[in-house]
Structure formats: C-alpha cells, structure tokens
Ligand binder design. Sequence first.
Ligand code: IPE
Ligand code: IPE
Ligand code: MG
Length: 239
Amino acid sequence: MQSSFDGKPHVGIIMDGNGRWAARRGLPRGAGHEAGIEAMRRVLRAAVDEGVGTLTLYAFSSDNWRRPAAEVSLLMALLHRYLDGETEGLVRDGIRLSVIGRRDRLPDNLAAEIARSEAATEWGDALHLRVAIDYSGRGAILAAASGARADLTQEDFGALVSGDVASVDLIIRTGGEQRLSDFLLWECAYAELYFTPLCWPEFGAEHLAAALAEYRARTRRFGGLGAQPSPIRVPAPAR
Ligand code: IPE
Ligand code: IPE
Ligand code: MG
C-alpha cells in the first residue's frame, strides 16, 4: 500500500458521540450531527497544520442504515451540504478528497456531489481527505476478495482493499467507546489506538494535537524489537 504522502501519518477518526452531545444539551440528535459537521471542518484544517498526510473520517457506517429513516436522511443531507460547501476551500487549500464505501445506495444528489468534489480536488497534494460513507471494513475486504487471485501477496491484496493508501498509523475515537465498529479493519493492523471521552462536536485542534503528541511518543515495533536491528531474515509471510 503506497501513499503519495509518505512520511506523514495516516490518521483515521471514528467521529462518535454526536447524539449524546445533543442529548446532554436537551437538543435533538440532528443538532449533534450539525455540530459534528462543524467539527469536521475544524479538525480538517488542524490536520493540515499538524502535517497529517491522510485523514480518513468515518461519517456513516453501513450499519448506520439501521437508524430511523429521518436521521439517515438528515445525515445524507448534511454530508451533501458539507461537500457542496467545502469543495471550493479544499481546492484552494490543495486537499484531495476521496469518498470510500458503497455509492450505489446513496441518494443520487449525494453521489453526484461526491463525483464533482473528487474531480475538482484530484490534484490536491497538501493532504488526502477520505470520507467514509456507507463504509464497512468487512465489506471492503469481501469486495477485494471476490476479485482477487489466489496467489496475491498481502501488499497486492491490500491495494485491492484500500487503494493506493498507506496503512493507518493512528485511530482516534471520540465518544468514549473503545471499539472499531467495522472501520478500516485491514488498514489498522498496526494502528495506534487513541480513545477520548470527548464527544465529536467538542473535538478541536488542541485535541488533535494532543492525540498526535501521544502517538509520536509511542514505540511502534511492528512485531520486531523496535530500534534494535533484527539478526535474522524474515521469511516471506504466509499467504
Ligand atoms: C456519530 O455519532 C455519527 C454517526 C454514527 C453517523 P452518533 O450518532 O453515533 O452519536 P451517539 O453515539 O449516539 O452519541
Ligand atoms: C461508528 O459509530 C460509525 C461512525 C462514527 C460513523 P456508531 O455509533 O455507529 O458505532 P456503535 O454502534 O456504537 O458501535
Ligand atoms: Mg455512536
């Protein structure tokens, strides 16, 4: 899995806790989702400033279709409005947008807006923003497997699962839950995990900076012994 942003971290964020944020304020869940969109805008600019290479935001999981139709419609409308309102700024700031997940179940106007935003931003090289909509980590692996040859390497198969994007370095989940909820299962094999009780609408630049500072202070070993060179050759991994 190669990235055009080598050396800069790939950060995934599970933007959870919008509903609880609203409930605590006596507001409808939709108000939490609206505030969540503001947090997306804020955290994206902070990620550029922090030198993040790829930012993957989990906006709507394939299991979120289980929610009431009115909440789903609102989320789709908000995502449409977000892309519509943000594209010009993304182009200006050199941010490339991709949307990952299934497109065939999205409202037509959202699918069209996604295509428009992706085309308009395709030359961006400051940061790669990926928004996961109708996304399932298991679904992505299954889709790749159904097109895969039996003799593929992990690297080749990874390209089928996740495209030309590097593995995830850091996962941040807001809202207090400590689980992945079907997000980037393949790409997170060695991701550092960071959980915060803050709800997503409360998350800001200073919180992203704190998460990245903790990430940078961690020792990543990838199964080896860290800084020490390995005395033996690693055999080719089992396929
Ligand atoms: C995250 O917030 C947004 C989506 C999953 C679409 P939630 O809506 O899950 O908020 P909580 O977890 O109910 O507080
Ligand atoms: C995960 O949050 C999906 C997104 C943040 C888009 P959920 O609120 O859907 O996850 P669970 O149901 O608590 O695991
Ligand atoms: Mg939730």
